[in-house]
Design a binder for this molecule. Structure first.
Ligand SMILES: *[C@@H]1O[C@H](CO)[C@@H](O)[C@H](O)[C@H]1NC(C)=O
Ligand SMILES: *[C@@H]1O[C@H](CO)[C@@H](O)[C@H](O)[C@H]1NC(C)=O
Ligand SMILES: *[C@@H]1O[C@H](CO)[C@@H](O)[C@H](O)[C@H]1NC(C)=O
Ligand SMILES: *[C@@H]1O[C@H](CO)[C@@H](O)[C@H](O)[C@H]1NC(C)=O
Ligand SMILES: *[C@@H]1O[C@H](CO)[C@@H](O)[C@H](O)[C@H]1NC(C)=O
Ligand SMILES: *[C@@H]1O[C@H](CO)[C@@H](O)[C@H](O)[C@H]1NC(C)=O
Ligand SMILES: *[C@@H]1O[C@H](CO)[C@@H](O)[C@H](O)[C@H]1NC(C)=O
Ligand SMILES: *[C@@H]1O[C@H](CO)[C@@H](O)[C@H](O)[C@H]1NC(C)=O
Ligand SMILES: *[C@@H]1O[C@H](CO)[C@@H](O)[C@H](O)[C@H]1NC(C)=O
Ligand SMILES: *[C@@H]1O[C@H](CO)[C@@H](O)[C@H](O)[C@H]1NC(C)=O
Length: 584
């Protein structure tokens, strides 16, 4: 006899209890961040923070001349808005400046709106420490006629006073600035903000309402909650060793549901000899993934770096290259169409331009269109390094990245393409600059496209490698614009040398411990149990759960018989109520 021949009508009766907004925390994401140059830009973040007179409402009070040249207050003819002007400059660093104190271990978020008196020119925010070191906080291509957001920051690994300076190599232009902000945070404040954000962007409050057929709430029943699958893609790169090493297979399949093949799909791997394609290895890896329910990012169709072409491609004439490349994109994209979640179509096309140089400036945009036509379901990604990991590589900063992105999506035929922002995340061995990483994510997040960290690792050479790796993963996971993370690491036995996650015997390294800790931490515990209540709380039982797939088992208070239901917790179900009616 089945006491629980119940009608599980929870899916139909999911009541959306919309919740009034969240309390604004002291530290926050910049949802108004933009890579656009604006006529009417925004206010100073954090009310300017440590900056004195950040909006220049009191002339240039608190600001001094750095180097030579002079400073004055400027006023907008249209709005009367006041700002600061550095003129008669002779050296790149000649500008207005304010002295501040940097403390070891603190995080500094910086932003300012800048403009120049004519043309367009790069303007950098530089911190000059008392011993003369120059630290770059941010760079932006400033223009005349509109305001650009200069946004970044630094992590101080020393204590020193510092001058904040605005730098432009072109001394013939005036530098203008307004609404300058510098705010400091302790490590604990930064971490606490991440944790609050994780609660908000990765979890959902679920409300159980279990009733009998007569509509009274069940009292004393027990709901056991088991998370079957994470809703957040946190995956790992994979290479061909997986085909022959069963320890690697077990290690991978027991942890990850998302992957990228590190090299096996690349052109230089599938067509080593002109005209002879061999997909044996990637095909076998696809099969392994399918068997284990692992989703795959396609990496990559082309790579714009001239050093990473199949050898024979380097010597082709532009005409022959065009023909060979057409065969390549058709071959690999058709072969795996419908089986991949993403394609990195033209890898690293901000740093490099092999195809542009040979085939013209529209080469990338055209290949995105072709790939989209051949595999319309997959999201087409740009994929670059240094955008979040290094604050001094202008080629790929958020502004330059967004220009390339716009160029590709505005190309005829690409209007309907689903596009993604790929950020490799190969960090060097220094302490990661999380304020800078966050500012880049804020800026790129303004597009509303999915952002994935696609190849995360931290270079060896620092005893803090694992600690830095964890800081980076937490920063990415807590950021509302990030939709997935793939780490390019793995067992030493599979040749992962930069940041092995296990040693030769598959025992975790410190970095491997970080991965396992976070996989556990970002999942609702397996022993979660909620007691159904009748009197208290109007029959509702609340619990906050990570996004993902769940099995809920409800045990009858008297008979002990139980039933299971499957349920998906997603962010699209704000404050969902699971209503289950039990026919007792
Ligand atoms: C600075 O903020 C003020 C509001 O306090 C705003 O009116 C002004 O347009 C902003 N200026 C710039 C350049 O961001
Ligand atoms: C400014 O000049 C320095 C030193 O010559 C150079 O390294 C830097 O790339 C220049 N920056 C820009 C934006 O041209
Ligand atoms: C509703 O049904 C449950 C289970 O059969 C029973 O324990 C409870 O007393 C009933 N409530 C009412 C108001 O009839
Ligand atoms: C294709 O590659 C596989 C794996 O490297 C190899 O065993 C096989 O011989 C190759 N096939 C041909 C036709 O070369
Ligand atoms: C990117 O930045 C570089 C400076 O490093 C500049 O020369 C180039 O024109 C920029 N590209 C775009 C698309 O803005
Ligand atoms: C590149 O594409 C644009 C359209 O986006 C077109 O106007 C232009 O002529 C193309 N350039 C070349 C060299 O094909
Ligand atoms: C985009 O999709 C719409 C609606 O499905 C369709 O009408 C339109 O032709 C598509 N445009 C392109 C460029 O494919
Ligand atoms: C601070 O970090 C930088 C970059 O990682 C490094 O070069 C420098 O030596 C460090 N300074 C101190 C005092 O640790
Ligand atoms: C239900 O389980 C409890 C404790 O596990 C036990 O004491 C009780 O006898 C069980 N009831 C039935 C009907 O099996
Ligand atoms: C989840 O529950 C369903 C029945 O609803 C069951 O078939 C499935 O095996 C359960 N999965 C796990 C992992 O417990």
């Amino acid at each position: 006899m089945n006491f629980f021949a119940q009608t599980c009508i929870f899916l139909l009766s999911c009541i959306l209890l919309l919740h009034s907004g969240y309390r604004i925390q002291a530290l926050r994401y910049d949802h108004s961040a933009t890579t656009k140059c604006l006529a009417e830009p925004g206010r100073a973040h954090y009310g300017g923070g440590l900056i004195i007179n950040p909006e220049f409402n009191r002339g240039v009070e608190g600001w001094t001349v750095f180097g030579q040249g002079a400073i004055k207050q400027g006023t907008s003819k249209e709005s009367g808005n006041r700002f600061i002007v550095s003129h008669s400059r002779r050296e790149p660093l000649d500008s207005f400046s304010q002295k501040t104190q940097l403390e070891n271990g603190k995080f500094y978020s910086f932003s300012a709106w800048v403009q120049i008196s004519e043309g367009s020119e790069t303007v950098a925010a530089v911190f000059k420490t008392s011993d003369g070191k120059l630290l770059y906080g941010a760079k932006v291509l400033a223009k005349h006629g509109c305001w650009s957001l200069l946004k970044g920051g630094l992590v101080a690994n020393f204590t020193s006073s510092a001058h904040i300076i605005f730098k432009s190599n072109n001394t013939g232009v005036e530098i203008w600035a307004d609404n300058v902000s510098l705010q400091s945070f302790t490590k604990e404040q930064w971490r606490s903000h991440q944790d609050k954000s994780i609660d908000k962007v990765r979890k959902q409050k679920v409300r159980f309402h279990i009733t009998y057929a007569n509509k009274t709430a069940m009292e004393g029943g027990v709901i056991s909650i088991k998370q079957i699958k994470s809703g957040f893609p946190f995956g790992c790169g994979m290479n061909h060793y997986i085909l022959t090493n069963t320890d690697y297979q077990d290690w991978f399949a027991s942890r990850f549901k998302f992957t990228t093949f590190t090299n096996e799909m690349k052109w230089y791997s599938t067509e080593k000899i002109k005209g002879i394609e061999n997909y044996t290895i990637p095909d076998a890896m696809m099969k392994f993934c399918k068997k284990n329910g692992i989703s795959i990012r396609g990496h990559n169709i082309f790579w714009d770096n001239p050093k990473h072409q199949p050898e024979w491609v380097n010597t082709l004439s532009p005409e022959d290259l065009k023909e060979a490349a057409a065969r390549r994109i058709n071959s690999v994209t058709t072969r795996y169409a419908g089986k991949l979640i993403h394609w990195d179509v033209m890898n690293e096309n901000l740093h490099f331009r092999f195809y542009e140089d040979n085939l013209g400036n529209n080469a990338s945009a055209e290949y995105y269109r072709t790939a989209h036509l051949l595999d319309p379901q997959a999201t087409m990604f740009l994929n670059e390094y240094n955008t979040i990991e290094f604050n001094n590589d202008e080629t790929v900063n958020a502004l330059n990245y967004s220009k390339k992105l716009e160029e590709i999506i505005s190309y005829p035929g690409n209007g309907n393409m689903s596009v993604g922002i790929g950020l490799q995340g190969h960090f060097n061995s220094g302490k990661p600059n999380l304020p800078y990483m966050r500012s880049a994510l804020d800026l790129l997040g303004s597009f509303g496209f999915p952002i994935w960290l696609t190849e995360v690792d931290v270079d060896k050479g620092s005893p803090s490698q694992a600690e830095y790796f964890e800081e980076i993963l937490r920063e990415a996971y807590s950021h509302p614009s990030v939709n997935g993370i793939i780490s390019f690491a793995g067992p030493e036995a599979a040749g992962f040398k930069v940041m092995p996650l296990t040693d030769k015997d598959f025992k975790n390294t410190a970095a491997g411990d970080v991965v396992d800790k976070l996989l556990r931490e970002w999942k609702s515990g397996n022993d979660l149990v909620v007691e159904t209540s009748a009197a208290g709380n109007n029959g509702f039982s609340d619990i906050s759960l990570f996004h993902g797939d769940y099995n809920f088992t409800i045990k009858h208070p008297v008979t002990n018989s139980s039933t299971s239901i499957s349920f998906k917790v997603t962010k699209d179900l704000p404050r969902g109520t699971v209503h289950v009616q039990i026919d007792a």
